[in-house]
Design a protein around this ligand. Structure first.
Ligand SMILES: NC(=O)c1ccc[n+]([C@@H]2O[C@H](COP(=O)([O-])OP(=O)(O)OC[C@H]3O[C@@H](n4cnc5c(N)ncnc54)[C@H](O)[C@@H]3O)[C@@H](O)[C@H]2O)c1
Length: 353
């Protein structure tokens, strides 16, 4: 058999990623910072994503997001489904994803892997990179509107950069989900004081040092009057805060404003209505990470962070996880092709016409 003809891939499940030690929030912060700088240096190809929306009202969609890490010689794609009605209709999670990586030496596939965990940890990871530079160092209280997968992952990554957090409040559409959030998170963080609010959104965030909205709503849920001086607000979902929230903030920082402004998040809507201008956005996160601009400058600043989601970060994280799994000999090899099709002596019997 000609080994060079084999096309195979390493299949990596979420279980493999966990066993390989990939749930490492400190490492995720480092990878995200390095990838942001690498993109700025032109070392990453990042084409537009392809979006297929199946329901305009619910925004149920499947997106195809490619990018290439030129230095690492890896090209990848995330295939991600977002079905916001899933929890209510099927008692299933909203987001599911797979990631495919190929090398760019001969273009052959390297791995096909779980992308749900990667996608969630990437979103929460960039939020925590932002918090590292923009949240008060002595932040004590974190408040969530939304208690889903993103909210939980954000709590984990936020605590890794702000271990001073002692209290977590949460408000959700359905109080049962607040209870689930608390049940699941209390096991991980027994030292944190958790408080549900029976869907009282204000109660969750008034007086909080870090506020996170991670909802599937398209409503101005977060009110300006609830935010105290010195707050770090991390916006994860779509339209979920009053326009006056951003206007009241001293700094607005994005993962990438040029991308954010053309989407459908609160800041994007404000930009399209002419309420927010390019010059109102203080920085892209990479400018702060690389030291070009300062992060938080005093304890009174209210700072707004919006991430739209940069899929080259998913690919950078996926590549690191793939390497870790390889080293740990985890995963299952799947063979797509054993020999080139016309090298098969028996090929004639498979041809129908
Ligand atoms: N910025 C990014 O890069 C990025 C990446 C992934 C997901 N997201 C977005 O983050 C959001 C959350 O994702 P998820 O996976 O956690 O979803 P999820 O379905 O697990 O959770 C959604 C949460 O929103 C809450 N919610 C919905 N309507 C509400 C309302 N009116 N009032 C209060 N709470 C309400 C629900 O109770 C639930 O807790 C989604 O909008 C998703 O598209 C953003």
């Amino acid at each position: 058999m000609d080994k060079k003809a084999i096309i195979s891939s390493l299949q990596l499940s979420q279980e493999d990623l966990l066993k390989a030690g990939c749930f490492d929030t400190n490492q995720i912060v480092k990878i995200i910072e390095a990838a942001l700088v690498s993109f700025k240096k032109g070392e990453i190809i990042f084409p537009d994503k392809t979006v297929q929306i199946f329901d305009k009202k619910t925004q149920s969609r499947i997106n195809c997001l490619p990018s290439t890490l030129l230095r690492e010689k890896v090209c990848g794609v995330k295939w991600v489904s977002v079905f916001p009605q899933n929890p209510a209709l099927y008692n299933k999670q909203n987001l599911s994803a797979v990631i495919l990586l190929s090398n760019i030496r001969d273009g052959f596939p390297l791995t096909i892997m779980d992308g749900t965990f990667i996608s969630n940890i990437r979103t929460a990871g960039i939020g925590s990179v932002a918090a590292k530079y923009l949240a008060k160092k002595d932040s004590k209280v974190i408040g969530f509107i939304g208690s889903g997968e993103q909210a939980k992952m954000h709590l984990i990554t936020m605590l890794s950069v702000r271990p001073s957090l002692k209290e977590c409040r949460v408000a959700s559409l359905n109080p049962k989900n607040e209870e689930k959030f608390i049940r699941e998170m209390q096991v991980i963080f027994p030292g944190v004081l958790f408080q549900g609010t029976k869907s009282d959104l204000g109660k969750a965030v008034i007086g909080a040092d870090i506020v996170i909205t991670a909802t599937s709503a398209q409503l101005p849920l977060l009110k300006k009057k609830w935010l105290k001086e010195g707050v770090f607000y991390c916006h994860v979902g779509g339209y979920e805060d009053e326009f006056s929230v951003a206007l009241a903030c001293n700094k607005i920082v994005c993962d990438d404003w040029q991308i954010v402004k053309h989407r459908t998040q609160t800041l994007s809507l404000m930009y399209k209505k002419g309420i927010l201008k390019d010059q109102d956005v203080y920085a892209n996160l990479v400018e702060i990470v690389s030291g070009k601009k300062q992060g938080r400058q005093n304890p009174m600043e209210k700072i707004y962070f919006n991430s739209v989601g940069l899929s080259y970060l998913d690919i950078a994280i996926a590549n690191w996880m793939y390497q870790k799994c390889l080293k740990a000999s985890l995963g299952k090899e799947i063979i797509f092709q054993k020999e080139m099709i016309f090298s098969r002596p028996d090929i004639r019997r498979f041809i129908k016409s």
